[in-house]
Design a protein around this ligand. Sequence first.
Ligand SMILES: Cc1cc2nc3c(=O)[nH]c(=O)nc-3n(C[C@H](O)[C@H](O)[C@H](O)COP(=O)(O)OP(=O)(O)OC[C@H]3O[C@@H](n4cnc5c(N)ncnc54)[C@H](O)[C@@H]3O)c2cc1C
Length: 42
Amino acid sequence: MSNSPKEVTHYEVAIIGAGFAGLGAGIRLKMTGSTNFIIFEN
Ligand SMILES: Cc1cc2nc3c(=O)[nH]c(=O)nc-3n(C[C@H](O)[C@H](O)[C@H](O)COP(=O)(O)OP(=O)(O)OC[C@H]3O[C@@H](n4cnc5c(N)ncnc54)[C@H](O)[C@@H]3O)c2cc1C
């Protein structure tokens, strides 16, 4: 196993789930000009 440091990406917002609520939150964030978010989906 390697001990080399992994690159870490930081996001202002993490949305869990790409259902209606998650996609709606993502769309709303983009409408306000935010692109620094990630949506996790199972
Ligand atoms: C059989 C059925 C029929 C329906 N028909 C209608 C209809 O005709 N009209 C209507 O308006 N509504 C309908 N609904 C209701 C509608 O589907 C829900 O109200 C709506 O999907 C809820 O949205 P949500 O984003 O809160 O949850 P969801 O749509 O359930 O989305 C949650 C998401 O999160 C993901 N998730 C869960 N846990 C994790 C995790 N740990 N990590 C990453 N991702 C995760 C899931 O995979 C899912 O994609 C129906 C529901 C069912 C069950």
